[in-house]
Design a protein around this ligand. Structure first.
Ligand code: GLC
Length: 556
């Protein structure tokens, strides 16, 4: 199947997002076009044909805006400017157009919960002092006690630690505190303030006007806070958490949906929503709110047939009543790479469990990640692929003195942080930078911003493209089948019972996906034709930890 001849996506296909394959580009680590060791837009533009050949429908770019990079760019100082290390706004505009010419839509990341401490509003707020209108756009508050030294609340950060920092007044005396759910470099905006709402609707328009097809909404369930600053109840009921999933949030997204819907060609809202109750999660996907949200339940589960089946049932069951398609996500720039995760004794994922030195069997992990790639690509809905997963990259042990991620530092060094899944991609060659950086004008390249391990030598795009048994070849083949097969993507789904330890289901058109989690090979239906498998079949049986795709013959 030749991905190169596929048509440009129809501007008038209003449902493109329901079945799309969306590739996540972490710009800093994708490809470096100017040899300075940091990925950039020139690098992405030069590699667009790679993404076309891989067969993706859209790219989601993690934040590419001006930022001090205190949290990898999720600390934005100007939402309308590109980080100078990444390029210029003009280059971003060209990139959006060039991608579209290759049939690839663009999704940008918006970060509404907080800004960078370098953002003009926060600088103005600090300068203007207590009681000023500038401070009302944030959560400035007096401390408790006579001297104001008591922290206003004990809300705990998703990055561990406290969520308030005390300011210093111009005369050097201790001043008000401000709220930051993440790092002190990321002050939280006050979403009760009309300026904040207006500004973000303008930011959406700014990017939609430039042709982007959607936005990924960072920390989407956190924007609204309880103005009473109540502590977190021991067991918060629905909507009772002071910083999460507050009912007023739905109005924000209804307003955003109205902005998106005012543009031609379905511009989508994709939420980053980590919530324990799926019934609350899908409330954000009602027809007048977001289009889709990341399914983190599936990603968090261990490699286990019953667990994954339960997650699939939970997901499909909860999405159906609101009419939204599910998303399938094996990883992103925040979580442990699947190859490493699935090779561990405990293959589930939780931020709080992350530790240094957890052993992982790379061969087993790779085998399972291959099986998971086919399993997820056959499920109904849209599919997300994080850059490097199509190469089977492992989580890298970044040397301690090179770690940059604030999650590591805020955990007092217990959590290795997220840099291990953010290491620059290996494209070609046998030594760092493995083709990541194109030489500058003098023919030189700086070292990549995070060091690449020697294991990358066998995982380059160049190496894998030449090997039909590689992870890259599997992904290319799977996405080509998915594109050609009308029954894949959004649509009907039916479980088949092939016994415990096997997940088997049928999609429209007699398309079957079968994953074997058990030790014994599973016999495949004799009358069905094999389309693709993640591992070689043994005597016609599907070996453990592998997935096969089949097509039932007419008349079966
Ligand atoms: C989201 C991002 C993560 C970031 C955090 C704070 O969870 O995916 O990378 O650190 O929000 O913006």
């Amino acid at each position: 199947m030749d991905n190169a001849v596929r048509p440009t996506p129809a501007e008038n296909d209003p449902l493109w997002w329901r079945s799309a394959v969306i590739y996540q580009v972490y710009v800093r680590s994708f490809a470096d076009g100017n040899g300075d060791g940091t990925g950039d837009l020139a690098g992405v533009r030069s590699r667009l044909p790679y993404l076309r050949d891989l067969g993706v429908d859209a790219i989601w770019f993690t934040p590419w805006y001006a930022s001090p990079l205190a949290d990898g760019g999720y600390d934005v100082s100007d939402y309308r400017a590109i980080h100078p290390d990444f390029g210029t706004l003009r280059e971003a505009e060209l990139l959006v157009q060039e991608a579209l010419e290759l049939g690839i839509r663009t999704i940008v990341d918006v970060v509404p919960n907080h800004v960078s401490e370098e953002h003009a509003w926060f600088r103005a707020a600090l300068a203007a002092g207590p009681g000023s209108p500038e401070r009302e756009r944030f959560w400035f508050h007096d401390g408790l006690g006579q001297d104001g030294a008591g922290i206003p609340t004990h809300w705990v950060s998703p990055f561990a630690g406290e969520t308030w920092t005390r300011t210093t007044n111009p005369d050097g005396t201790p001043g008000e505190w401000y709220l930051h759910l993440f790092t002190p470099q990321q002050p939280d905006l006050n979403w009760n303030h009309p300026d904040v709402r207006r500004e973000h609707e303008d930011i959406l328009k700014f990017w939609f006007d430039r042709g982007v097809a959607g936005v990924r909404i960072d920390s989407a369930a956190l924007l609204i806070k309880d103005p009473e600053l109540a502590e977190v109840p021991e067991q918060p009921g629905p909507g009772e958490h002071p910083t999460q999933d507050r009912d007023e949030l739905h109005d924000v997204y209804r307003a955003w949906r109205a902005v998106a819907d005012s543009y031609p060609g379905t511009r989508v809202l994709v939420g980053e929503i980590w919530l324990p109750e799926i019934d609350r999660f899908v409330q954000y996907l009602r027809p007048d709110e977001m289009h889709t949200a990341f399914n983190f339940d599936f990603l968090s589960r261990p490699w286990d047939a019953a667990e994954l089946r339960a997650s699939i049932d939970l997901t499909l069951g909860a999405h159906a009543p609101v009419g939204a398609p599910s998303t399938w996500v094996l990883s992103n720039h925040d979580v442990t790479r699947p190859v490493t995760r699935y090779g561990r004794e405990d293959s589930s994922f939780a931020f709080l469990k992350k530790r240094f030195g957890v052993p992982s069997d790379a061969e087993l992990g790779t085998r399972r990640a291959r099986a998971a790639a086919l399993l997820t690509a056959a499920l109904p809905g849209s599919l997300y692929i994080y850059q490097g997963d199509e190469l089977g990259l492992p989580e890298v042990d970044v040397p301690l003195d090179r770690i940059q991620d604030p999650m590591h530092f805020r955990s007092a060094g217990i959590d290795p942080g997220r840099d291990g899944c953010r290491v620059p991609l290996p494209w070609s060659g046998t030594e760092p930078p493995y083709g990541f950086s194109a030489p500058d004008g003098q023919g030189a390249t700086a070292a990549p911003w995070l060091p690449q391990p020697s294991a990358f030598a066998d995982l380059t795009v160049e190496h894998q493209a030449a090997d039909p048994g590689s992870m890259l070849s599997l992904y290319r083949a799977a996405l080509a089948v998915r594109r050609a097969e009308p029954g894949l993507g959004d649509g009907a789904f039916e479980w088949l019972d092939l016994g415990p330890g096997v997940l088997a289901f049928r999609r429209p058109g007699g398309f079957l996906s079968i994953t074997n989690f058990g030790a014994e090979p599973v016999e495949l239906p004799a009358s069905a034709e094999l389309v693709l498998s993640s591992a070689a079949l043994a005597d016609g049986g599907l070996p453990r930890d592998s997935t096969a795709w089949l097509r039932e013959q007419p008349g079966d």
